[in-house]
Design a protein around this ligand. Structure first.
Ligand SMILES: [Zn+2]
Length: 132
């Protein structure tokens, strides 16, 4: 048995994670429950988690082709595609059909993405951007 230094409850050794740097018993001072709670609240954990979320939501500049024109936009790609597909965006509220959705560039940084969007608009001259 070992007393957790956080919840102060005596628990069997298998309730503690191994810690080779602890020369006394090779176990952590916090029990597994307290260690998990500590980890969830740590900045490191939250940063890792938000990074994971970020990676699942690729950001970038895209070209959407509708039956009545083309549009260059930026943002969270999968949600922009969905919005255009179901006609819920300001671009195609009028009931345009999305024919194609192509990623032009993956860019995480918002300021750079906005710049890239302008460059792509200048380059491709999408008909719907001109109307908005
Ligand atoms: Zn504990």
């Amino acid at each position: 048995m070992k007393r957790c230094n956080t919840c102060h409850i005596d628990k069997p050794l298998d309730s503690f994670y191994n810690d080779r740097t602890n020369s006394n018993d090779g176990k952590r001072a916090k029990c597994k429950v307290c260690q998990k709670a500590f980890r969830r609240n740590s900045k490191w954990y939250r940063d890792q988690h938000s990074l994971e979320v970020e990676l699942k939501k690729p950001l970038g500049v895209y070209l959407a082709t509708f039956d009545k024109g083309t549009y260059v936009g930026e943002g969270v790609l999968y949600s922009r595609e969905r919005v255009h597909k179901y006609g819920r965006s300001h671009v195609n509220k009028g009931g345009m059909k999305l024919l194609d959705f192509k990623v032009l560039q993956y860019i995480d940084n918002k300021a750079i993405r906005k710049q890239a969007e302008k460059i792509w608009i200048g380059k491709l001259n999408p008909s719907l951007n001109a109307l908005l």
